[in-house]
Design a protein around this ligand. Structure first.
Ligand SMILES: [Zn+2]
Length: 149
């Protein structure tokens, strides 16, 4: 017996279309692995406006759908602390800089890309190729640190 579908069966399939086929299984949406802890869309817009389409660490342009990085580590299972999703707590990064921050956490902390859980992100300056050394405010603004940037 041949494993190849016969021409007759193929023709029958073509004629019958989907009518003879079993109904597709309903696809259930993927279950979230953890509680949603993302930032409000308005916050994301303010962050992306501030970044002007560039990585805020190295200044290279990034894709429109680039991810924002949380300066306050969210830890396991997220956190209810609303500070983690403040505009000042979020930065737009390229993939390379995101990986650098995850790999060199002490250096990233010194340059302001990570802030301690109990710190105010708006009070910790970032060392940015795009903005200079600045404080990030929660309205999307920048405040140069140590004179003109
Ligand atoms: Zn970068």
């Amino acid at each position: 017996m041949s494993v190849q579908p016969s021409l007759q069966n193929m023709a029958k399939d073509a004629v019958m279309g989907f009518a003879n086929r079993p109904a597709p299984k309903p696809v259930s949406p993927p279950k979230p692995k953890r509680r949603y802890t993302g930032a409000h869309p308005t916050t994301i817009i303010l962050v992306k406006d501030r970044a002007r389409g560039c990585c805020e660490r190295c200044g290279r342009s990034v894709p429109i759908d680039a991810e924002v990085h949380h300066r306050i580590p969210r830890g396991m299972g997220g956190t209810r602390d609303p500070r983690v999703n403040l505009v000042s707590a979020l930065v737009l990064l390229c993939g390379d800089c995101h990986r650098w921050i995850e790999s060199y956490r002490n250096a990233a902390r010194e340059d302001g890309w990570l802030v301690l859980r109990n710190a105010e992100p708006s009070a910790v300056a970032i060392h940015s190729a795009l903005h200079g050394v600045v404080l990030l405010s929660d309205d999307g603004g920048l405040e140069p640190v140590g004179g003109a940037a």
